[in-house]
Design a protein. Structure first.
Length: 560
């Protein structure tokens, strides 16, 4: 039997597994990624890459490729609520086009429509081009054992039938919502495994908006007398579309004529189209109770299953990969204590609960639209029903699926055992609005330093100590402490008053993942102790940080 040794075995080659391979490879950590599929994406599950994921793509050097993957810059990012494409329209929300976007004050990147059929190949090419990485498709994990100091796994080649023994320091399961690894580990999940039964119908039509150009939209919510029954999404902005049918009865079996019937109900009876395929799925609201057992970690859908409303699923998983990736690399490099790996679950599980809750709540808004029997009638009663629906949809709360910068950029690792509190009050945790903060645990703020240059561009490889303003302490105490512990540290001095105002302190220590670890107006007398905390060698006691951290309840609703 062939034997393969690697530092990290990644099980699952979707976007989260590929992102982890890139993050590890970018840090020089050799890894083996296996996936039982062949790597092709016939039917995309996701369409959007949010601003935080784009910030990571910027770090990895692929943001321009994601932006230029194929989405038309002049396609309107418009949301419409209607009975069907050629029926009554109740409400629309226009967000312009990519060409019309202006630079943001909170991020150097923007949300980018990029379906999985484009996004995964970009990630795969980047991962495969790294000398540390080995990608093997059509390879299935047969079994694994955690031996305490390594993981032993058997991997079957599905093409030639051979078996390979893999010896890895750690294994990370990115194997999706039906994670076989999580099941093998006996890790339970809290929540609802079947909120509703759903079906995606993918089809092509080059004449979808013929004669109704003003109705072109990224998504059209479909509402009838029975309430919300589906949504139509643009996949490539040209000819490929997805009709999502919502809240179907369990066990519904749609033959080809049924599929065509639903498409015609959505787009009109005269518009030509060709069905490409269907994808049934269950809407879920689940978070695993643990993200790690021994030397085996779980990432992405393997630990959190979200309703797609808001587009948080894949993006939350990529955040998992970045958090775990830098900590694994730091452990291998020897400057972080292995205890730092315990903070992965501590930091990421609350974020998962928060995002799962928001996605489910947002879905409840549209799924709970009233059933108005007269909605499609050409009568005064029908007109009144449409006005009632329009007034409801105009409420600010119904925009939170699309205006959600607070969820995307506002997640925080406070409290965390490796972030040192400074006593400042936490900014509000909201969905639609986002207040940048350099409070420890927060994502370090973005400030423009010039055309195309962001403060975020300093962060990634190791720790960064920002010296902000004039007459600031040299940072020598931190430099000496970092050198003593072999912690990679770069000191960056900036006198831009806008940066000083945003970061609020003269000295700010930023982690490799771009989150603030410590800040102050003078170097601490115990700089070595600070370095030991942030590298996981002397983490703050859990009880003093957040005794309730594992008692988060699904169902919390954040303010707008």
């Amino acid at each position: 039997m062939q034997e393969f040794r690697t530092k990290v075995l990644i099980v699952g080659g979707g976007p989260v597994g590929l992102a982890l391979a890139i993050e590890l490879g970018w840090r020089g950590v050799d890894n083996l990624l296996i996936d039982r599929r062949d790597g092709s994406i016939p039917l995309p599950k996701m369409n959007g890459v949010n601003a935080r994921t784009m910030e990571f793509c910027r770090r990895w050097g692929i943001a321009d490729r994601v932006r230029s993957a194929g989405w038309p810059d002049d396609y309107p990012v418009r949301l419409i609520f209607c009975t069907n494409l050629r029926g009554h329209e109740f409400f629309r929300y226009d967000r312009g086009t990519a060409l019309e976007r202006k630079p943001s004050s909170t991020t150097p990147e923007h949300f980018q429509r990029c379906p999985q059929t484009w996004f995964d190949p970009i990630l795969r090419e980047q991962a495969a081009g790294m000398p540390t990485n080995t990608l093997r498709y059509r390879s299935r994990l047969e079994r694994f054992e955690d031996h305490g100091d390594h993981v032993l796994a058997e991997v079957a080649d599905l093409d030639d039938g051979t078996t390979m023994r893999v010896i890895a320091d750690y294994m990370v399961a990115c194997d999706g919502a039906k994670s076989g690894v999580r099941s093998s580990l006996g890790i339970a999940a809290d929540g609802d495994a079947r909120l509703s039964n759903e079906l995606n119908i993918y089809f092509e039509s080059s004449q979808l908006y013929a004669g109704i150009e003003e109705r072109r939209a990224a998504m059209s919510w479909l509402v009838g007398p029975e309430g919300m029954w589906g949504a139509l999404s643009a996949i490539d902005g040209r000819k490929t579309w997805r009709l999502w049918l919502s809240q179907l009865e369990p066990g519904v079996d749609l033959d080809s004529s049924d599929k065509a019937k639903y498409v015609r109900a959505a787009i009109g009876p005269e518009t030509p189209f060709t069905v490409l395929g269907v994808l049934p799925w269950d809407r879920q609201q689940l978070v695993a109770r643990h993200f790690r057992k021994g030397r085996v970690f779980l990432c992405g859908d393997a630990v959190h299953n979200l309703t797609p409303t808001g587009g948080f699923g894949m993006n939350t998983g990529i955040q998992d990969a970045v958090d775990l990736g830098w900590k694994l690399a730091a452990t291998f490099e020897g400057w972080a204590d292995p205890k730092i790996l315990d903070t992965y679950e501590f930091e990421r599980r609350p974020v998962a609960v928060r995002n799962v809750d928001e996605a489910s709540y947002t879905f409840s808004l549209v799924s709970g639209l009233p059933k108005l029997a007269a909605l499609q009638e050409e009568s005064s009663r029908g007109a009144l029903a449409r006005v009632q629906l329009r007034e409801r949809l105009a409420q600010q709360e119904y925009r939170r699926e699309y205006v959600n910068e607070g969820i995307v950029l506002g997640y925080r690792y406070d409290p965390s055992p490796i972030c040192i509190p400074d006593g400042s009050p936490a900014p509000p945790d909201r969905v639609m609005s986002y207040q940048q903060s350099a409070r420890p645990g927060s994502r370090a703020p973005h400030v423009w330093l010039g055309p195309g240059r962001s403060t975020l561009d300093f962060f990634g490889r190791g720790f960064v100590l920002l010296r902000l303003g004039a007459g600031v302490a040299s940072g020598q105490a931190f430099a000496d402490a970092a050198r003593a512990r072999r912690v990679p540290l770069r000191i960056v001095s900036l006198e831009d008053p806008a940066v000083r105002e945003c970061y609020e302190r003269q000295l700010v220590l930023v982690r490799p993942d771009g989150h603030v670890a410590w800040r102050g107006d003078a170097e601490p007398g115990n700089a070595l102790d600070v370095i030991d905390v942030v590298r996981g060698a002397a983490p703050l006691p859990v009880a003093s940080v957040a005794p309730e951290i594992y008692r988060f309840d699904l169902g919390r609703v954040l303010p707008e």
